[in-house]
Design a protein around this ligand. Structure first.
Ligand SMILES: [Zn+2]
Length: 312
């Protein structure tokens, strides 16, 4: 089955300030590394490519406060950087990139709902899962995956969507947006006590928190997913699955101590694809890039993820 890859050149326009003279790890070479790996994988001929549109104000306001959106626009600098949250800096064209990133997830929903294919990967930045209703943080401004999920609920009148997040950092923004919405199941795995150090106090039925000890390797990760996520998905019976696909739990990625490899990302993606295939109600999977900062590991992991989603 073909996988639709959605991106846009504007996603290169956002820059973050250097750290100690080095380029910031969340940089535009990340999406290029994935694109290049896709070309060298020989998969190009079975993939469908689309340019992501800009997100609309209406689409953003389903998950972000109007005042927050106004403040972002007002504070965007003409040059240099403006810090607007912990590890979140606006550069002159940040919001153009962020608009394409969120718009790409929205288009992904349309692609699936129009039955063009059942698997989409948005190769976009800046990432989104730390962005809360009214707070930018952790390299995130608009919560891309939340914008897409809210769009699916509103525009297509879906009753149940699941968001699974295997980025090594907790998706606090996604939790903030949907914690009181019973139409959304949110499953989030993350290294315990890593940024954003969210204290998980919620035990609601629509939120599955899967903290991982720093020593976690593939086998323990797979066991946790098998024990916690797959039964939750089966119980919830989502009509659409969204994936916050961060690859920073990789062994070679120094953002964390968790030691997954591309084989583990392939495995979890295969589980989600198998779930979709076995479900009468699940229409497709819309995945979007979150973290992942070691170029080679990121590229190999993302392509393993894409191949597994399409059974390529
Ligand atoms: Zn992360």
């Amino acid at each position: 089955m073909t996988v639709c890859i959605i991106s846009h050149p504007d996603c290169h326009l956002h820059v973050m300030p250097e750290i100690a003279g080095d380029e910031h790890p969340e940089n535009s070479a990340r999406i290029d590394a994935i694109s290049n790996q896709l070309v060298s994988s020989g998969l190009d001929y079975v993939l469908m490519y689309r340019d992501g549109p800009q997100v609309t104000r209406e689409q953003l306001e389903r998950v972000h406060d109007s005042d927050y959106l106004d403040a972002l626009a007002a504070k965007a600098p003409l040059d240099g950087f403006v810090e607007i949250g912990e590890d979140a800096f606006l550069s002159p064209q940040t919001l153009i990139a962020a608009s394409r990133a969120a718009g790409s997830v929205v288009l992904g929903v349309d692609i699936v709902m129009q039955r063009l294919t059942k698997a989409v990967f948005a190769n976009v930045r800046p990432p989104g899962h730390h962005a809360e209703r009214k707070r930018a943080m952790g390299f995130c401004f608009y919560n891309n995956i939340a914008v897409g999920a809210a769009y699916a609920l509103a525009e297509y009148a879906l009753q149940r969507v699941a968001i699974v997040d295997f980025d090594v950092h907790h998706g606090n923004g996604t939790e903030d947006v949907f914690i009181d919405d019973p139409r959304v199941l949110f499953c989030s795995s993350f290294q315990d006590r890593l940024f954003p150090q969210t204290e998980i106090t919620s035990h609601r039925t629509n939120f599955v928190a899967t903290p991982l000890p720093a020593v976690t390797k593939g086998a323990q990760f797979r066991q946790a997913i098998t024990d916690q996520w797959l039964p939750a998905l089966a119980d919830f019976n989502p009509q659409l699955i969204f994936i916050s696909a961060g690859f920073d739990a990789h062994l070679l990625d120094d953002m964390s101590q968790v030691s997954l490899t591309e084989v583990d990302y392939q495995w979890v993606s295969e589980q989600l694809r198998s779930y979709m295939d076995s479900s009468d109600d699940c229409l497709g999977i819309v995945s979007a890039l979150e973290g992942g900062y070691e170029s080679g590991a990121l590229a190999r992991s993302a392509v393993a993820h894409i191949k597994a989603l399409g059974k390529l």
